[in-house]
Write a protein that binds this ligand. Structure first.
Ligand code: ZN
Length: 240
C-alpha cells in the first residue's frame, strides 16, 4: 500500500468516526477516469467505494484528504466545513489543473455523443432555425448531438472544451413539442455565446446578462413548463 493510500484510509476512518460509532467499514480507493471533475463515495455491501477523478492522481495529499472529507460530510448529508471546500477549489482553479481538465473533457466527451439526427427530431435543422431567428445565424458550434444516455437531471448542456451542444435524448420523442427543443437549444446557444462570469465572487454561467438575454425567447415560461412536464413523464427531475 502506498503512503498516500495509507494516509487516505486513516483519514477516512477519522472522518467516518466523527459521525458514527464503531469500526468504520473498509475503504476501497480508485482513481477513476470520469469525464469531468467528479468524485464519488458509495457504500455497497458493507464496503465504502471511493472514486476520485484521475485528474487528481498527482494532487497533493491534503487536497485528496479535503475531497475525502467533503464526500464523507455529504454521505451523512452534512455541509462540509468551508476550509475543506476552500482548499479543494483553490487547487482545482490552478491554470495547469484547468488545462488538464479541459484536455481530458475534450478527449473523453466524444464517445458520449450520438449525432444530431434523432428518432423524432433533427437537432441540426432546429439549430439552424433558432440560429437564424434569434442570433442572425451567428452561433457556431463544432458539434451538435443527442446524449448517448437519457439524463434524469439535465435537459441539455454546452461543453465549451469541445464546443458541443448536447441535448438529453429523453426529449427525442414524439410527445415532446418542438418548442421545447427550440428553447433548450436556444438556452445552450446562449451559453456558447456568453460564457461564464464572476458574480458576487463566484463563477456563474446563469449570470444576470444571461438571464436577461434568455427572456428574449418568446413563450419562454411556457416552454420551460412543457420541458419540465416532458421530463417528468420520462420519470426525470429537472435542471437546465
Ligand atoms: Zn444553463
Amino acid at each position: 500500500m502506498t503512503d498516500r493510500v495509507f494516509h487516505l484510509k486513516k483519514s477516512f476512518s477519522l472522518n467516518y468516526s466523527a459521525f458514527r460509532k464503531g469500526t468504520p467499514p473498509p475503504l476501497r480507493l480508485q482513481f477513476y477516469p470520469y469525464r469531468g471533475l467528479s468524485h464519488t463515495l458509495r457504500v455497497r455491501e458493507g464496503v465504502v467505494h471511493l472514486r476520485i477523478s484521475d485528474v487528481l492522481t498527482s494532487a497533493p495529499l491534503e487536497v485528496l484528504e479535503a475531497v475525502l472529507g467533503i464526500l464523507v460530510y455529504r454521505l451523512f448529508c452534512r455541509k462540509a466545513p468551508s476550509e475543506l471546500l476552500q482548499l479543494y477549489s483553490t487547487y482545482i482553479r490552478q491554470p495547469d489543473v484547468q488545462q488538464q481538465l479541459w484536455e481530458l473533457r475534450r478527449q473523453r466527451a466524444r464517445k458520449f455523443l450520438t449525432g444530431s439526427r434523432g428518432h423524432t427530431y433533427d437537432l441540426a435543422k432546429i439549430f439552424d432555425e433558432v440560429n437564424r431567428k434569434h442570433f442572425g445565424s451567428s452561433v457556431q458550434v463544432s458539434c451538435l448531438s443527442w446524449s448517448r444516455r437519457g439524463s434524469r437531471t439535465v435537459l441539455g448542456h454546452y461543453d465549451d472544451a469541445q464546443g458541443a451542444i448536447v441535448i438529453n435524448r429523453l426529449l427525442d420523442r414524439p410527445g415532446v413539442p418542438p418548442i421545447v427543443i427550440e428553447y433548450v437549444l436556444f438556452h445552450e446557444m446562449l451559453h456558447s455565446l456568453m460564457g461564464e462570469k464572476v458574480q458576487n465572487g463566484r463563477r456563474c454561467v446563469h449570470h444576470k446578462s444571461f438571464r436577461d438575454a434568455e427572456r428574449r425567447f418568446p413563450g419562454r415560461l411556457g416552454a420551460l413548463r412543457l420541458a419540465r412536464l416532458c421530463l417528468a413523464q420520462a420519470g426525470a427531475r429537472f435542471t437546465l
